[in-house]
Design a protein around this ligand. Structure first.
Ligand code: NAP
Length: 480
């Protein structure tokens, strides 16, 4: 018996809407169609913006305790339906069921932190009397919501990365229009339901399903959309910035993160952490360990252990508890990664293990001797591929780590504080993880990159800063 295909609706300012034209959502592991979503038009986006303008006024006037109640309510709703949320993430995306469960837990945390941060949107006093002639002025700074936030999100964390935009937007009194990735729109729709059930007033939230290249222009260019919060690839980010004009933009883009392992490190711990950092979510993670620089004296020991551990990973059916590595998000992406591996091999790289593709599945792949000019060394591979190279010194490692156009996070394993601080100061990234791989994030930390990895920071409190404007107030007291 064939499975029932669910016809999902999108949310426009409080109304769940269908459209005649739909888009199929596939399970990338099996290719099976699991649902359809409406294919939105530009008019739908325009309509959502008009509703959001009204929603922004409602949101700004919601007392903080109401915002907190809604955010906590949405978190509780998800907590009571963890299985549904985890299966949705795993079916529509690349994550194994174990990886999907972790994302659900993090989403609940993101919403609860958002509720907490709502009460901490504070201003500060400005001592005007520092300037002669201003002795009788009292000054302070308020933070006000920007109004309408556009949130454009990627496929790889289809629930929690959407929560990282809706949570702070509601905490800070904004309306928000989400355009989730077309490959993985279902988790965002489930999240919108959670907010509806938690009592979020109509018009504050819309989730529009449709192809980004067709429907996002009004979201990007409309003068009343005051902040664009984008997470996705560099090329898309750049095209958004070019069109956006004078408005705030937050860009959470990709990377090809390095991790350095020095000879005084605990090799076993470094192997465990970097194997997981390289191959988790089949490498489709902005923090994935893509380049490993290992001090030459421990290179062969490290490589041997790394290969051994990599070969133990079970690739396959996402629904099984025993699976470690799921599929790539699409056949197109799997073929791209395969091509990059082959091109690297032609230019002199050695494939230590892996390198093979079967449908959307790519075997966890280890490369060495990769020329720095190869695409796979310069760009973000976003697949289960890691490059492992020997380096003589920390200086060499830092130089090679920095020799790319990205800078999200980096890791360094060392027992020597001097070395750790050297790396902290010289690595060109938004975060340095010591005795960890690049793949470390908690939802409350400031998160974002430098260079081609983006602009601004997420991490609830920091996203709230981006989603609010400062307004300075000066009150002149009676002149004596
Ligand atoms: P993507 O192709 O750039 O898509 C991201 C979003 O942009 C999707 O919703 C997409 O819609 C939309 N979009 C596509 N074309 C657009 C256009 N012309 N104008 C406006 N929006 C457009 O990225 P992805 O492949 O989904 O995600 C992978 C990337 O995200 C990687 O580079 C990864 O590193 C990055 N990422 C960064 C972070 C971070 O926090 N730094 C976190 C996770 C992922 P459609 O789906 O309809 O095309």
């Amino acid at each position: 018996m064939s499975k029932q295909i669910v016809q999902e609706r999108m949310l426009i300012g409080g109304k769940w809407e269908e459209r005649g034209k739909t888009i199929e959502v596939h399970d990338p592991g099996t290719g099976e169609v699991i649902a359809t979503v409406p294919s939105a038009s530009i008019h739908d986006v325009d309509h959502a913006i008009e509703r959001a303008k009204e929603g922004a006024k409602i949101s700004a006037n919601l007392p903080v305790h109401e915002r907190m109640k809604i955010l906590r309510g949405a978190a509780d709703w998800i907590e009571h339906r963890q299985h549904l949320f985890a299966t949705t993430i795993s079916q529509e995306g690349s994550k194994t069921i174990r990886e999907a469960r972790k994302e659900v837990t993090r989403c609940i945390e993101t919403l609860r932190i958002s509720a907490e941060e709502a009460r901490r949107i504070e201003g500060e006093m400005i001592p005007f009397s520092q300037m002669p002639g201003h002795e009788r002025r009292i000054g302070y700074v308020y933070r006000f919501p920007v109004g309408v936030v556009a949130a454009i999100t990627p496929f790889n964390d289809p629930l929690n990365l959407v929560a990282h935009k809706i949570g702070p937007a509601i905490a800070s009194g904004n309306a928000v229009i989400v355009k989730p990735a077309t490959l993985t729109p279902l988790s965002a729709l489930r999240l919108a339901e959670a907010f509806e059930k938690a009592g979020l007033p109509d018009k504050i939230l819309s989730v529009i399903t449709g192809y980004g290249s067709e429907v996002c222009d009004p979201l990007i260019t409309h003068k009343d959309v005051r902040f664009i919060s984008f997470t996705g690839g560099y090329e898309t980010g750049q095209s958004i910035i070019r069109k956006a004009g004078v408005k705030k933009v937050g860009m959470e883009l990709g990377s090809n993160s390095p991790t350095i392992v020095l000879e005084d490190a605990n090799v076993e711990e470094a192997v465990d952490s970097t194997v997981s950092g390289a191959f988790g979510v089949a490498g489709q993670n902005c923090l994935s360990v893509q380049r490993l620089y290992i001090q030459a004296s421990i290179y062969s020991t490290f490589l041997k252990q790394f290969v051994q551990k990599t070969k133990q990973l079970k690739v396959g059916n996402k629904a099984l508890e025993t699976t470690d590595v799921g599929p790539m998000i699409s056949i197109k992406e799997a073929k791209r990664v395969e091509k990059w591996i082959q091109e690297a091999a032609v230019s002199g790289a050695e494939i230590v293990t892996g390198g093979k593709r079967e449908g959307t599945f790519i075997q966890p792949t280890i490369l060495t001797k990769v020329p720095e000019s190869a695409m796979i060394a310069k760009e973000e591979v976003f697949g289960p591929v890691v490059i492992i190279e020997p380096v003589e010194t920390l200086d060499d490692a830092i130089e090679r780590a920095n020799n790319v156009d990205y800078g999200l996070q980096a890791g360094i394993f060392t027992a020597d504080l001097e070395h750790a601080f050297e790396a902290i100061h010289r690595l060109e990234v938004g975060g340095v993880m010591v005795n960890d791989s690049s793949d470390v994030r908690i939802d409350a930390m400031p998160f974002g990159g430098i260079k081609g990895s983006g602009l601004g920071r997420e991490g609830i409190r920091y996203a709230i800063e981006e989603m609010t404007e400062q307004r300075v107030v000066a009150i002149q007291l009676n002149k004596k």
